[in-house]
Write a protein that binds this ligand. Structure first.
Ligand code: CDP
Length: 223
């Protein structure tokens, strides 16, 4: 049986950086579920679908085939065969992803895909509802967070490095809006699982957070 690690937490807590590092140290596969929601959101934006129109949403979901490929351990996202890994990282897609992710039909489409990946291999999967819903029996659950000021600062640095024009206060506001939507939606809201380990990364580096996860995972696997 595979050993799975679930990492949940708000936008910009460093989940993907930390999860990638820990996956490498443990030899696990890193699964970024946010990228899947982003891929669906990109399709909705490209096709001008109003996701509040139930019929249009279901029709669109029927036309989407999501593929995942690993290149040197890096997850690539395919939308109907085309690699969209770069295109899903814009601000517009971030906002649309959290709007699209409230829809139960969208979450249902991704549930099996995510569970099947975890069944086959040892994975570190990050998202919002991994410990609470997708992998309730994960061997280790982490709730990774940081203050919204720190998370906005990280996102600001990341965008600046990519050469995107951005404003710190605007990013902070967007992050807080997204947190609110993610935590208050009816369907699989973001919340810490009862048996998750709480890890605040405001004052520790990604490397330190990854090491903590690795040592917790090793302890659990030995049990
Ligand atoms: O990287 P960042 O934390 O900004 O976001 P992400 O993990 O790529 O996820 C983008 C959006 O998808 C989130 O704001 C959530 O609304 C949604 N999402 C979700 O609902 N459930 C997941 N398991 C992963 C993401």
């Amino acid at each position: 049986m595979s050993f799975n690690i679930a990492i949940d937490g708000p936008a910009g807590a460093g989940k993907s950086t930390v999860a990638k590092m820990a996956a490498e140290k443990l030899g696990f596969v890193y699964v970024d579920t946010g990228a899947m929601y982003r891929t669906i959101a990109l399709y909705m934006l490209d096709s001008h679908i109003d996701v509040d129109d139930g019929k249009a949403l279901v029709d669109a979901l029927g036309k989407i085939e999501i593929g995942i490929r690993y290149e040197d351990g890096v997850q690539r996202m395919l939308l109907n065969g085309a690699d969209v890994s770069g295109r899903i990282r814009t601000k517009e897609v971030s906002a649309q992803a959290s709007v699209t992710a409230v829809k139960p039909q969208v979450r249902a489409k991704l549930l099996d895909l995510q569970r099947n990946l975890a069944k086959k291999e040892d994975v570190i999967m990050d998202g919002r509802d991994i410990g609470t819903r997708i992998l309730p029996d994960a061997g280790l659950k982490i709730f990774l967070t940081a203050s919204s000021a720190e998370r906005a600062r990280r996102r600001f640095d990341e965008l600046r490095e990519k050469g995107e024009k951005c404003d710190y206060e605007e990013i902070r506001k967007e992050i807080e809006e997204r947190d609110y939507r993610d935590m208050h939606r009816e369907e699989a809201p973001l919340k810490q699982a009862d048996d998750a380990v709480f890890l605040d990364t405001s004052d520790i580096s990604a490397e330190e957070a990854a090491d903590r996860i690795v040592s917790l995972a090793k302890e659990r696997m030995e049990r």
